[in-house]
Design a protein around this ligand. Structure first.
Ligand SMILES: Nc1ncnc2c1ncn2[C@@H]1O[C@H](COP(=O)(O)OP(=O)(O)OP(=O)(O)O)[C@@H](O)[C@H]1O
Length: 312
């Protein structure tokens, strides 16, 4: 069990955490979700002491972590980041087993463990163990990032926006993988995301954060059905957020193909529902919008890309 008791983090300019009190139970997937700057990364980095609190206490299994040996603490906590940061000059096997080398495992044992871990994420060891990171796709590299964090069988794994740079299909596959690994290994995963759909899909329990404090903690069902306040209700109101997007959002995201001298057929203030209707009416792709500077031809793929990008 990980406990935050009245934890505050004051930076020179901003209060990142404001008296955070939170209990993360063992054996489950605990999601921290909230908008940018709400304090999610600060919270998660305090668990492995990459950031120290200004005040308050953090305990693991009842023991304050600032009294633990730092190396032991970190060896017991896996850490997966958005930018996996695999070492480019080391093979996949060497990347996976780097901590085991620190722990003085023999080469044979390290090789055996690397094979086991690669199989766990459905990558054939004979094919992948000796490759270099640049010879893997983004999704495969992130699988390596995950098993590198699992190598020492830590009880706690921290995952900070691990999939936000991946395309929607790969992202879903890796979410499934994390769910099945957690069920298999019975560890505690603390998962940070700003994407409410990812939070609802993964979290056994979800903590919603805003401006350095917790707004609500509960199961996906409880948060979705009984939001504690207006902020939580709006944050999870996917339909309304989709409805508030316009063609201008699509143009601002640089979607569509630049065209010249074509009649503009949709205004930039049109909703995505209006755009979808026009796309259906003009299957030849004749929907053109302008932001006042350049013209862009829009397709259904542009529309779905925007929705996926916003995590809606
Ligand atoms: N090293 C730092 N120095 C000063 N302020 C910081 C520092 N790190 C974070 N902050 C501030 O603390 C607040 C919380 O940041 P944090 O990175 O924890 O938020 P977050 O919810 O993880 O955001 P994001 O989803 O954008 O990563 C923000 O206002 C941020 O600007």
């Amino acid at each position: 069990m990980i406990e935050f008791e009245g934890v505050t983090k004051q930076y020179e300019q901003s209060l990142a955490l404001d008296g955070l009190t939170l209990t993360i139970p063992d054996n489950g997937l605990f999601v921290l979700v909230g908008p940018s700057g709400s304090g999610k990364t600060t919270t998660v980095k305090m668990i492995n002491r990459l950031i120290e609190p200004t005040s308050g206490t953090i305990k693991i299994d009842g023991q304050p972590i600032n009294q633990m040996d730092l190396q032991t603490l970190r060896l017991n906590i896996g850490y997966v980041l958005q930018n996996i940061a695999l070492f480019p000059h080391l093979t996949i096997e060497e990347n996976i087993t780097i901590q085991l080398e620190v722990l003085k495992w023999t080469k044979a044992d390290r090789q055996k463990r690397a094979r086991e871990l690669l199989e766990m994420v459905h990558l054939d060891p004979d094919q992948y163990a000796s490759r270099y990171p640049s010879e893997l796709s983004g999704g495969q590299q992130q699988r390596i990032g995950i098993i590198r964090a699992l190598a020492t069988s830590p009880k706690v794994i921290l995952m900070d926006e691990p999939f936000s740079a991946l395309d929607p299909v790969t992202r879903t596959q890796l979410q499934d993988l994390v769910l099945s690994l957690q069920k298999q290994l019975h560890n505690t995963i603390v998962f940070v995301t700003h994407d409410m759909k990812e939070a609802l899909r993964l979290g056994d329990e979800i903590a919603v954060m805003r401006q350095g404090s917790i707004q609500q903690v509960g199961t996906a069902k409880a948060i979705f059905n009984q939001p504690k306040n207006e902020f939580v209700r709006e944050f999870f109101d996917i339909e309304r957020q989709q409805a508030s997007l316009t063609v201008q959002d699509l143009l601002a995201a640089d979607l569509g193909t630049v065209v010249n001298n074509q009649p503009t057929t949709i205004t930039s203030s049109a909703t995505l529902a209006e755009l979808a209707q026009q796309l259906v009416d003009h299957p030849d792709g004749g929907v053109v919008a302008t932001d006042g500077q350049e013209q862009r031809q829009l397709t259904m793929t542009d529309l779905t890309t925007l929705i996926a990008k916003r995590g809606l």
